[in-house]
Design a protein around this ligand. Structure first.
Ligand SMILES: Nc1ncnc2c1ncn2[C@@H]1O[C@H](COP(=O)(O)OP(=O)(O)OP(=O)(O)O)[C@@H](O)[C@H]1O
Ligand SMILES: [Mg+2]
Length: 274
């Protein structure tokens, strides 16, 4: 049903003004898979995602969508294929939930901007999937943080793109809504072949939901691949400067990071190494 899209950053250098944040970075999102990106605050995750979504032009290198330089493609053409949920999206003042989610359909409308029943259906599906249908008539600025986040996710879903980039989609969400959103993105990926890439701060969820895990530090990719190979105690120390134990998640066998911190020590002596 979905054509496999490729989205790759080739040797990109990114920054703001004179300040370079990301230098000569390569990243290929595996088509039709789920990629999660982890890394410390300010390491450049959002900067990278903005460049992958064409919102920030690289000062070196390029981002390729289906092999074509994305920064030379028209906005609407990109938006039909690729959606981005930014980290801190800003809603127009006083906008209602249903109107905001409907904006996700704009890229699909032709020159005459005719709204069709297919658009209605896509909006209804997105509201339903994010448990926000009951909020449809409310003003976005009157919602709780978690409700608002789900409305933004609904807008991104309504766009129905083959590639979906999400910058911390689970912020503000309680644990059950976090799982709902990650399950929903997994459904989209499995049913429609949507290529998903998202930044997550919860390492355990990042490992559990990823086919491909990318760890960033100081504007570089320090490790990328199978979560079990990427999420090790060494990488956690390198990326976050944090000592931890990494054990298999008892449910999934995926790596589970247990941070140590200064006030907690191991109850049992450490097993001998080697
Ligand atoms: N619009 C901007 N103008 C100038 N500097 C910026 C801008 N946006 C981000 N930066 C800087 O770029 C660096 C990387 O920021 P970025 O938002 O990419 O980090 P991040 O990895 O997403 O962090 P977080 O986990 O806190 O969201 C930071 O030092 C930040 O201050
Ligand atoms: Mg960020």
């Amino acid at each position: 049903m979905t054509t496999e899209r490729t989205l790759t950053a080739e040797n990109v250098t990114l920054g703001y003004g004179d300040r370079t944040i990301v230098e000569s970075l390569d990243l290929a999102l595996p088509p039709g898979r789920v990629t999660t990106i982890v890394g410390a605050n300010a390491c450049g995750k959002s900067t990278l995602l903005k460049a992958m979504a064409r919102l920030l032009s690289p000062s070196g290198g390029q981002v390729l969508l289906d092999g074509k330089a994305i920064h030379r493609m028209p906005t609407k053409q990109v938006a039909r294929v690729l959606g981005l949920l930014p980290q801190s999206p800003i809603a127009p003042d006083g906008i209602a939930v249903s109107d905001l989610v409907s904006r996700g359909r704009h890229p699909h409308q032709g020159a005459l901007s005719r709204w069709t029943s297919a658009d209605d259906a896509a909006v209804a599906r997105a509201l339903e999937a994010t448990d926000t249908a009951h909020l449809a008539d409310r003003h976005v600025d009157e919602l709780s943080g978690g409700q608002r986040q789900r409305v933004w996710i609904a807008m991104a879903l309504a766009q129905e793109t083959d590639v979906l980039l999400l910058d911390e989609p689970t912020t503000f969400l309680d644990i059950s809504h976090q799982i709902d959103v990650l399950d929903l993105l997994t459904d989209l990926n499995r049913r429609r072949g949507t290529t998903v890439a998202m930044v997550l701060h919860d390492l355990n969820l990042a490992a559990r939901y990823a086919d491909h895990l990318v760890a960033m530090e100081g504007g570089r990719v320090v490790a990328a691949g199978d979560p079990a190979e990427v999420l090790t105690e060494e990488i956690v120390r390198e990326v976050f400067g944090l000592d931890s134990r990494v054990v298999p998640d008892p449910l999934t066998g995926r790596p589970m990071v247990i941070p140590i911190g200064r006030h907690h020590t191991l109850i049992e002596p450490e097993p001998a190494q080697g």
